[in-house]
Write a protein that binds this ligand. Structure first.
Ligand SMILES: Nc1ncnc2c1ncn2[C@@H]1O[C@H](COP(=O)(O)OP(=O)(O)OP(=O)(O)O)[C@@H](O)[C@H]1O
Ligand SMILES: [Mg+2]
Length: 222
């Protein structure tokens, strides 16, 4: 599903990713752990096609990202990738419903199907009753559940999550993790999740440890 080979990247001659290689099988969840500044977000951004490495290759679903044009990369991202951020990144002027609907609009999906899919997912994350609320009217846990719904609504094959529980208390963090595990099992989603939390590593099949731009260990969980 995901195959990264000898990926390297520098920021102003400073190496940030050094010869990173790994593969993730379809439907598996991987936790990426490591100290601040070691390159975790940069790696996620390269996989998500919003940043590019200097050397090496990334293959997602048989597509070599470095061989794609910018338009092809954008299309691949919209169709196949869902992203969850630490600070939720909801669009502040859109309602919960509209935030979750947004990825479907980008894909040109018709209104009736959009409504059906958004409603189903809002129901699953327990936010059906809050669909008309604005993000500012939500609790942190509700914001992150909205963001989870938005990341999954277009049924991506790959979800990239950067500290998805980093700004939640332990109860809401656990709720978000349960949802992520349950929905990614059900939709057969492959997931790479940056995290500092032990609880989050527990819902993953593998834990990759990163240090100084390199993957220094890979541990199988179960
Ligand atoms: N746009 C940029 N320009 C220059 N340097 C950058 C840029 N983005 C990141 N870096 C540097 O690259 C290194 C890796 O950053 P990255 O954000 O990937 O770390 P991280 O592992 O996600 O850290 P954290 O756990 O704090 O989020 C850091 O030294 C950072 O300062
Ligand atoms: Mg980061």
């Amino acid at each position: 599903m995901v195959d990264v080979r000898q990926l390297s990247k520098n920021y102003r001659f400073q190496p940030v990713l050094r010869d990173v290689s790994f593969a993730i099988e379809t439907g598996k969840r991987v936790a990426l752990v490591g100290p601040s500044g070691c390159g975790k977000t940069t790696l996620l951004n390269c996989l998500g096609g919003i940043d590019r490495g200097d050397h090496g290759s990334i293959t997602i679903h048989g597509l070599k990202l470095e061989a794609l044009t910018l338009e092809e990369l954008t299309l691949m991202r919209r169709k196949s990738i869902g992203t969850i951020f630490q600070f939720f990144h909801l669009l502040p002027t859109l309602s919960v419903f509209e935030n979750v609907e947004f990825p479907l609009q980008l894909l040109g999906i018709q209104p009736a199907e959009r409504k059906a899919r958004v409603s189903e997912l809002l129901d699953r994350v327990g936010l059906f009753a809050k669909q008309a609320s604005l993000p500012t009217e939500l609790s942190g846990g509700e914001m992150q559940r909205t963001a989870i719904a938005r990341a999954l609504v277009h049924r991506p094959s790959l979800v990239l999550a950067d500290e998805p529980t980093g700004n939640l208390d332990s109860i809401n963090g656990a709720k978000a993790l349960d949802l992520l595990a349950e929905l990614s099992d059900e939709y057969k989603i492959t997931m790479l999740m940056v995290t500092h939390s032990h609880e989050a590593t527990h819902i993953c099949d593998h834990v990759f440890e990163m240090n100084d731009g390199m993957i220094t260990s890979s541990i199988k969980n179960k």
